[in-house]
Write a protein that binds this ligand. Sequence first.
Ligand code: ADP
Length: 173
Amino acid sequence: MTPQRSEHVAVYPGSFDPLTLGHDDIIRRGLRIVDRLIVAVAETSTQDKRALFTIEERVQVIASVYANEAALEVVSFSGLLVDFARSRDARLIIRGLRAVSDFEYEFQMALMNRSLWPELDVIFMAPDNRYTFLSASLVREVARLGGDVSEYVPPAVLERMVERFGPPARGDA
Ligand code: ADP
């Protein structure tokens, strides 16, 4: 009999305020290499006064974007990421690396998390070149100032941003 390997379950944690095409790129890459992917929206950012969407809104919109992906689940979590991952028996964490500037913090966090739970491994994934400059905070800022963010977020997210901020100001008006 072929030995059964256990399922590879990974958590992709973040604030996803909002979900961008950079996140989407990492999610789709992740789905190709793991059996199940849990997109985990961190509740710590609720206290952030600069938050755009509530945790529930973020979970809802992410669920709608990936409604056809049976291997993907989206939830929110609070407390330590390792505690959440352990509770789901997920021994892999996926993180996106945009540039060297992300590296130091991510590396530190990976080692800290693994020291808290030695069975954990962290996979760093590079996004497509088009998204290396993209961050949720930049998208929030551009949208707040009336800029067009349609090239940076999935259509379902854009819809909600337009509801919140109105249509982007026309530069040629
Ligand atoms: P942000 O840094 O955009 O506010 P999050 O805190 O939600 O995003 O990040 C969650 C994870 O997604 C992190 O690992 C972060 O490095 C990664 N990530 C965010 N934006 C991108 C992007 N454009 N390309 C690749 N990874 C990204």
